[in-house]
Design a binder for this molecule. Structure first.
Ligand code: PEP
Length: 251
């Protein structure tokens, strides 16, 4: 089954209730463009307010803890974000891997907790500029994904429904310079191969692989035309309905 293009906005640490008007505008536009699946991952504090009003878009979290609960001051569990209305969680974003020292095994534990709480996951991967310059980008990303993705048994359900992968080269995030279509095509083909190896031809072949890193309305169409690009994970350009839906319309 071919899934709809998936366009996900990652608001990072941006957004107070004043931003709810943008979320409403995104939701209204998404109702007019049903051939694209549109989703937003706002800060935790806006999950419930957006979920309560949204008619078309789904809302997700940008992280969750790997434990079910307990003495973890300042953390939030997968069940808590699900209770607030989240349908998915972004895991293993490079900003968390770097700033919070998240290892592949920790990210994998979070994936298990998220799936157990009924959430879908968007698993991020991506190499640094140094790794790309050294010619080891493909090997690095495959190792990162192998260490972070749950096994088919852990998913225990429709793998292509519950798992999405986002390839986000670190050097392209927030820099204004996206990866070239050649680099995206090569990496997405490698990731597809790995997904088939892990989950089999049918399910591994159907998991959507998003590209992320300086996607904008003016480069979205050429990126979406690349084989095996199933959508985009969008940071900066998801903060306004105009630019975010400009990207969605290109899908
Ligand atoms: C991101 O951090 O997920 C991202 C893709 O950011 P940007 O679109 O701003 O490069």
């Amino acid at each position: 089954m071919t899934r709809r293009p998936y366009i996900v906005g990652n608001w990072k640490m941006h957004g107070t209730r004043a931003m709810l008007s943008e979320a409403r505008a995104i939701d209204r536009a998404a109702q007019r463009h049903m051939k694209v699946e549109v989703a937003l991952a706002p800060p935790f504090t806006l999950i419930h307010p957006i979920h309560r009003e949204a008619e078309q878009i789904s809302v997700g979290a940008q992280d969750c803890h790997h434990a079910e609960g307990g003495a973890h001051t300042g953390d939030i569990s997968a069940a808590m974000v699900a209770d607030a209305g989240a349908k998915f969680v972004i895991l293993g974003h490079s900003e968390r891997r770097e700033a919070h020292g998240e290892s592949d095994s920790l990210v994998r534990a979070k994936a298990g907790a998220a799936l157990a709480a009924g959430l879908r996951i968007i698993m991020c991967c991506g190499e640094s500029a140094k790794t790309r310059d050294s010619g080891r980008a493909v090997a690095f990303v495959k190792k990162q994904l192998k260490g972070s993705l749950p096994s088919a048994e852990e998913v225990n359900g429709d793998i292509a429904e519950r798992i999405t992968v986002a390839y986000e080269p670190i050097w392209a995030i927030g820099t204004g310079t996206a990866a070239t279509v050649e680099d995206i095509a090569q990496m997405h083909a490698e990731i597809r191969g790995l997904l088939v190896e892990l989950y089999g031809e049918e399910q591994g072949g159907a998991v959507r692989i998003l590209y992320g890193g300086s996607v904008k309305p003016d480069n979205a169409a050429e990126i979406f035309a690349v084989p095996d690009v199933g959508g985009a994970l969008v940071g900066g350009a998801s903060l306004t309905a105009d630019s975010f839906m400009g990207i969605a319309l290109a899908a």
